[in-house]
Design a protein around this ligand. Structure first.
Ligand SMILES: [Zn+2]
Length: 88
């Protein structure tokens, strides 16, 4: 923890500060994806299905299989990282 604080202190305006910020942002994004792994499906907007023009019939979205949710990229990276650690 100490090296991180030191780096943030002595390079407040330099490139090092941006690197620390980027690492923190990436870590925060990963944690966010671990807690909230899904985002609404882009095709159906999270509804999971499409209504027919008549409104009396519907079909499941074939992109998310009717779940309305899609796994976020960060969660896939996290699963990948966990897979690497498991191999060791
Ligand atoms: Zn969908």
């Amino acid at each position: 923890m100490t090296p991180l604080i030191l780096a943030a202190n002595d390079t407040g305006a330099g490139t090092g500060g941006w690197v620390v910020l980027a690492v923190l942002a990436a870590a925060g994004y990963l944690i966010h994806c671990v807690i909230w792994p899904y985002r609404p499906c882009r095709k159906c907007g999270g509804a999971g299905r499409f209504r027919s023009p008549s409104g009396r019939a519907w079909r499941y979205c074939n992109r998310c299989n009717g779940k309305g949710a899609q796994l976020r990229a960060g969660r896939r990276i996290w699963t990948h990282i966990k897979g690497i650690n498991r191999d060791r």
